[in-house]
Design a binder for this molecule. Structure first.
Ligand code: SF4
Length: 466
């Protein structure tokens, strides 16, 4: 069961086990692996994508199934220096045409059996910045969502935006047409840190906008905060969390800053225009300080990055996407999946609008789900909540994960990253910082076993700041 150890190259061993002899959990691995865990499947040839897509959408389901919807708005008013998601500067004429195309895509695709027979439990309108739509466009888009998609009665509809982009009329349009959750990219309340990453508003302006949203009492409010920003210290980061708590937001998603090699921020730091940011080992200390503070304040975790107070922030879309549920994707650059395929809608807004006008689903790439995807999704969904149930895996997949992973689990236990018993693995606070890296290590082991060693672990681009 642990024969896989003999198949590892030195490099694979290092990626999976990290720094085995380090007694400091801050250096358990060299760097966090920056993308979410997942193993790629075989590509569908480009000339077959449309036929495969049509067949998949015509599939009938034996009974209604849970699914979610992702809608992408690939425009921003400005580009934040650290961002890997920026696509297009907001252009009112183009946004108007794009909204029309998007509504057509939703109306046309949603009548297919594959969508019509699902129950949509969560809709996530993300980007970019959906707040770049004007109030009328927001109303039109939400009307189309409500009219055409088979929304469950308890469907969570999330609108992601910067507070700067959501004036009173837009906020009203969201509320009147069913948005019941806001996900706000705050990143920090500290004006100096905000400006250093290209954020427009001062911290006090952001606070005022959040108070305006909370006062409506119509939707839950979750904010994103980043640790490791320029001009930030552990104290100012904890102050951000304390401000969010005093405001009474329903949830906080805490993310590590990744400076990507060759990106704007990396260049700006190299040129001395932006001060250097904490390296990964120092970010570990930010993470642990926040963990302790939020635990002391009585928050609980929906996932490794998402903390909530109370029960209003359910974050269903994020949970479903980690669990491998069906995602119907609409809009340029959106990614979706069914039981059998993953697909990616063309990221070019012009190509997207041309293809949509021709009545074609503008899919740029499609991969067939690999044979072990369900197991990988199970592991990823579990690890995202800080545990891995061996007994459930055994019942669902007839596999003894505890024995297979035992050399790595022993190493993690010795280094204070996790504990295990017969039933489960549980991540300790230190392991929670490394959970994506640890998740990927588990999947790498399964791939090495299934390919008899003929597998190169993903060497995705990772944070440049050490
Ligand atoms: S608003 Fe969001 S998507 Fe747009 S550049 Fe800033 S961080 Fe990136």
């Amino acid at each position: 069961m642990t024969q896989w150890l003999k198949l590892l190259s030195d490099q694979q061993h290092k990626l999976i086990f990290g720094n085995e002899h380090s007694t400091d959990p801050a250096t358990a691995y060299d760097k966090k692996r920056a993308v979410h865990a997942g193993v790629k499947g075989d590509s569908v040839p480009a000339d077959q994508v449309q036929a495969v897509w049509q067949r998949e959408m015509e599939q009938s389901l034996p009974a209604p199934e849970d699914a979610c919807v992702y809608i992408n708005i690939p425009f921003c008013q400005s580009k934040c220096t650290y961002c890997g998601f920026f696509k297009n500067l907001a252009d009112p004429a183009k946004i108007a045409d794009y909204t029309t195309a998007l509504i057509k895509e939703i109306a046309r695709t949603s009548s297919s059996p594959m969508i019509d027979q699902t129950r949509i439990r969560a809709v996530y309108i993300g980007g970019g910045t959906p707040g770049t739509l004007n109030a009328a466009q927001i109303a039109q888009l939400l009307t189309a969502i409500n009219r055409h998609l088979p929304l469950a009665n308890d469907c969570e509809i999330t609108f992601e935006t910067r507070t700067h982009d959501l004036g009173g009329d837009k906020l009203q349009a969201c509320i009147e047409h069913g948005v019941n959750r806001f996900s706000l990219g705050v990143q920090s309340f500290d004006t100096r840190s905000r400006r250093s990453i290209g954020r427009i508003d001062s911290g006090s302006a952001v606070i005022n906008n959040i108070q305006r949203m909370l006062a409506l009492k119509q939707a839950s409010v979750s904010i994103d905060l980043i640790f490791g920003l320029p001009h930030q210290s552990i104290d100012t980061y904890l102050e951000d969390i304390a401000i969010a708590d005093q405001l009474g937001v329903d949830g906080m998603a805490l993310y590590q800053l990744n400076v990507f090699e060759g990106g704007r921020m990396d260049k700006s730091i190299s040129a001395g225009r932006t001060i250097a940011v904490p390296e990964t080992a120092e970010q570990f200390r930010y993470h642990q300080a926040a963990f302790n503070l939020l635990t002391d304040m009585g928050y609980h975790q929906l996932s490794m990055s998402h903390w909530v107070q109370g029960t209003l922030d359910r974050s269903i879309y994020n949970r479903f996407s980690k669990l491998g549920k069906t995602i119907h994707a609409f809009g340029a650059g959106a990614g979706g999946r069914t039981d059998h395929y993953r697909y990616f809608v063309h990221p070019s807004v012009n190509t997207y609008m041309e293809k949509t006008a021709q009545g074609i689903k503008p899919i740029m790439g499609m991969t067939e789900t690999v044979h072990m995807s369900a197991l990988y999704d199970f592991i990823t969904g579990q690890m995202d909540t800080g545990k891995l149930r061996f007994d459930l895996a055994h019942g669902l997949f007839d596999i003894d994960l505890k024995t297979i992973f035992s050399p790595l689990l022993t190493s993690w236990e010795q280094r204070g990253l996790a504990t295990t018993n017969e039933r489960l693995l549980r991540l300790l606070p230190a392991g929670q910082f490394w959970y994506v890296t640890m998740n990927q290590a588990l999947l790498d082991i399964l791939e090495i076993i299934s390919t008899n060693g003929d597998y190169e672990p993903l060497q995705e681009r990772i944070a440049a700041q050490g």
